[in-house]
Design a protein around this ligand. Structure first.
Ligand SMILES: Cc1cc2nc3c(=O)[nH]c(=O)nc-3n(C[C@H](O)[C@H](O)[C@H](O)COP(=O)(O)OP(=O)(O)OC[C@H]3O[C@@H](n4cnc5c(N)ncnc54)[C@H](O)[C@@H]3O)c2cc1C
Length: 537
């Protein structure tokens, strides 16, 4: 006897969307299992609060990669949301659909039905675009706010620099012409974070057929033969098993979905045997195909006031807090990623190959040695940064033991292709051209070490190896594709080789999208819910 029709593992960006869609008709009993807590922290609702959750173990898994020789032997810090809303609850709020070619490439890579024309319809259905003047387009639950009227004045130098270089600009990075300098749109509504927990799960929880269990750490999926039938979890110190009548949907994110598959006996046989797990299915691709955006910040002291001057002094903080309390506007209602956009590092390229960020703020180093957005510097400063959009290096994530609580083995294999190393130089040189314009040069008082303005290509790459970090977009570890020999899930996101089990989250991306990954993840979950419901009817 089944306890629920659908059991969703993980109430993150994808899981919350699924819960809403699968429960909407009232016909299906849906359970959502979340290892973290309910997410009541005010730092989650407050857009700029992500500086506070960045290292907070109460809401953050705080993963670490293996040391990477290509990154000067460094280990990378990987925050992931451990809370209802998942990483979407602690992220920097930039809303980026990605570029049309990203999804056409998904389809070309074997993900039938995920081309741009198809996914654009889903984006249109889930979003309500709110312009700076308050006018609205679309009727979806997810509010995407144009904040171009609120971003700091210092951003104008970035737009002017782009113009000076003859680069395009756009007033809608998610519109028909996404390329060029843009003010980032963010997923907020009424000055509060509009993540999938708020947009999708909260309304769903008003329905009698949806149950959310927090503090529920899923350990493994249980199979009857090759059919996924139940979930084993640990909650309040007790082990429980809950049965699903229709399907189990794994939405634990790109770091954990492959590990739950491996703990359940689906993964590379050698990896499983090493941890004493009897393979149910030798699936070598589970955990492979890991992709991520790496980025680097260049810090400058500024000749005119920036957000540092607003957010560092106590009276500035107080003013910002009062403004937020009274109007739900101002710097606390925004991301620090205020503008940037998709750029081509060379006009010869057919597509943008770099994403840039201009942040009118610089940060100090926090006590644990990591840069933290909590502490703006006590002088005017700004950051320009880039991330190569479509890296070709592929890494892996695996279990380190037959223990759901053991840390993952994250091996990003960063910069392992010549193309990626060339992309780093191209991105660094693009930022260099930007900073060396008269327009942006006016804003530079001095460079904080190192000085990008004078770096050679070799120095750009060497510095990137020393200082780059994740832009927090790991994807691809349960790759989608219709060929079982090369993928983990089919284009309906069913796990190849077993029944009753799908993976629906950022882990199924065949290729990373050119921009930030939250919007594509929510789109993907919405589209998959339609597929599931069509099959159930
Ligand atoms: C600091 C940071 C900044 C970012 N900035 C941006 C940005 O500005 N714009 C953007 O588009 N993207 C951004 N991202 C990335 C984006 O948020 C993610 O790509 C997206 O949230 C991934 O969604 P998901 O559903 O795949 O996984 P998640 O949202 O991470 O959801 C997975 C959920 O599963 C739960 N879970 C995991 N293991 C278990 C288990 N064993 N049992 C039960 N539950 C479990 C987790 O606690 C979590 O709630 C950022 C991410 C971070 C961390």
């Amino acid at each position: 006897m089944a306890d629920y029709d659908y059991i969703i593992i993980g109430a993150g960006s994808a899981g919350c969307v699924l819960a809403e869609r699968l429960s909407a008709s009232g016909r299906h009993k849906v359970l959502v299992l979340e290892a973290g807590g309910a997410g009541w922290s005010p730092w989650i609702a407050l857009p700029l609060g992500y500086g506070k959750t960045f290292f907070d173990p109460a809401v953050n898994w705080k993963y670490e990669t293996e040391a990477e020789t290509a990154l000067a032997g460094r280990k990378g810090y990987w925050p992931r949301g451990k809370v209802v809303g998942g990483s979407g609850a602690i992220n920097a709020l930039v809303y980026a659909r990605g570029l049309p070619r990203d999804f056409d490439d998904w389809a070309a890579a074997g993900a039938a039905g995920w081309d741009w024309a198809a996914v654009r319809e889903t984006y249109d259905a889930i979003e309500t675009k709110v312009s700076a003047d308050g006018s609205r387009r679309g009727g979806g639950p997810l509010h995407v706010q144009d904040v171009s009227d609120q971003i700091h004045r210092a951003n104008r130098h970035f737009f002017a620099a782009s113009d000076e270089l003859g680069l395009p600009s756009t007033d809608d990075i998610n519109g028909g012409t996404p390329e060029g300098a843009a003010a980032y749109q963010i997923n907020t509504s009424g000055g509060r974070r509009m993540h999938s927990a708020r947009a999708f799960l909260a309304p769903a929880l008003k329905r009698a057929n949806v149950t959310l269990m927090t503090g529920a750490l899923v350990e493994r999926i249980i199979f009857d033969g090759t059919r996924a039938s139940a979930v084993q979890l640990r909650r309040q110190g007790r082990r429980e098993t809950l049965r699903a009548g229709r399907e189990i949907i794994l939405s634990a994110g790109a770091v954990t979905s492959p590990r739950i598959l491996q703990l359940s006996g689906i993964g590379p046989a050698a990896v499983l045997k090493q941890s004493g797990i009897t393979p149910l299915l030798d699936a070598p691709h589970v955990g492979g195909n890991l992709q991520d955006h790496l980025g680097i910040n260049y810090y400058f002291r500024a000749t005119e006031p920036t957000l540092n001057n607003v957010l560092r002094p106590w009276h500035g903080k107080l003013r910002a807090a009062i403004q937020y309390a009274l109007t739900r506007r101002g710097p606390l209602s925004l991301s620090v990623n205020q503008c940037g956009g998709y750029f081509r590092s060379s006009p010869q390229l057919a597509h943008p190959d770099q994403q840039l960020y201009f942040n009118p703020v610089t940060y100090t180093t926090s006590p644990n040695g990591k840069r933290s957005v909590v502490q703006p510097d006590p002088f005017a400063g700004f950051i320009i940064s880039f991330q190569p959009s479509r890296p070709t290096s592929r890494g892996r994530i695996d279990i380190s033991a037959n223990d759901p609580e053991a840390p993952p083995l994250i091996r990003p294999n960063s910069l392992s292709t010549q193309e990626d190393r060339a992309q780093v130089v191209a991105g660094g040189q693009l930022c260099q051209r930007m900073i060396n314009t008269t327009a942006l040069g006016k804003l530079v008082k001095s460079a904080m070490d190192p000085d990008l303005r004078r770096m050679t290509p070799d120095q750009i790459l060497a510095d990137f190896r020393e200082r780059c970090g994740t832009v927090f977009h790991p994807v691809g570890t349960c790759r989608m594709g219709d060929d079982p020999a090369g993928a983990v899930v089919c284009s309906q996101l069913k796990v190849h080789g077993v029944a009753g089990l799908r993976v629906v989250d950022a882990s199924v991306f065949p290729n990373i999208t050119s921009g930030n990954t939250n919007a594509p993840t929510m789109m993907l979950a919405h589209r998959t819910a339609d597929l599931i419901l069509r099959e159930a009817s």
